[in-house]
Design a protein around this ligand. Sequence first.
Ligand code: ASP
Length: 329
Amino acid sequence: MGPLDPSDDSGLFRRKDLLGLRFLAASEITHILDVAEQFRGLNLRSIKKVPTLRGKSVVHLFLEPSTRTRTSFDIAAKRMSADTFSISGGASSATKGETLMDTARNLAAMHPDIIVIRHSRAGGAAAVAKALPDTSIINAGDGACEHPTQGLLDLLTIRRALGGFRGRVVTIIGDITHSRVARSNIHGLVKVGAIVRVCGPPTLIPAGIEELGVQVHHTLQTAMHGADVLMALRIQKERIPRGGHFFPTTREYSRLYGINRDKLRRWGNKDVVVMHPGPINRGIELEPEVADGEWSVILNQVENGVAVRMACLYLALGGERAAAQEGRG
Ligand code: ASP
């Protein structure tokens, strides 16, 4: 029995939209990871196409820059035979003043099955999902709020590296205040039983974050002690208001919070793994020797991103419900 087994409908994903890991139960999260695990194999075959989403159309509406997320959503949809359409910020009517809601409503009038949205406004994807009852919406990053598919691919990578989550220590380092990746990881990891630490200068850690179930550290040495995973984040310059000063200099930030070989050898667990959602600012949050070294699972994250996005498209489009019905009929 597996999640794609039509006779097993125990953990069906029954949601129209995927908006954030804060909305999902631990069982839904692990179910998505299990489905993604099954899609991983497909990505390693020489022929990578299956007819699973034939006849479905997927619109990728990316109104903020993206490399990995957008490409992997596109690859995921195409490998499942969906028709895909991409719209990016500079090439869309957003540049003419159209609101996200108007753009989404107009796209929905063309009856796509799913719209994958990246937008700078926190809650943007959720507002569209509410307004469009007949179109599935996947949040591919809403401002500093959430990036659920990144959180899921990070969880899949951690589960594959460590074999599970319970009692494992994950330390997220850097710009926690402005990072949607941090927020999705915190929600997801806490739900599945990991111990989550956040580490950074006080100015980059939002007040009250402990309420999400995380421990706060301001020194890298204590945050790294006993950690199984170190997740480095990029400073989200584009979300820092002009004139805002969150740390003295990049050099100072890197000295205190950047990860290099020396710090890993002195303070790190022997088997610690290092993650980063990309894009990396080499020499700031990670030295190249770490990003490309034996600790790094960064390219595994990217690889797992395709399988996770296949799972999310498949589940949000009700593929699992359809398979279960067929199995019964
Ligand atoms: N790619 C991730 C995001 O879109 C992380 C980053 O940009 O730093 O949030």
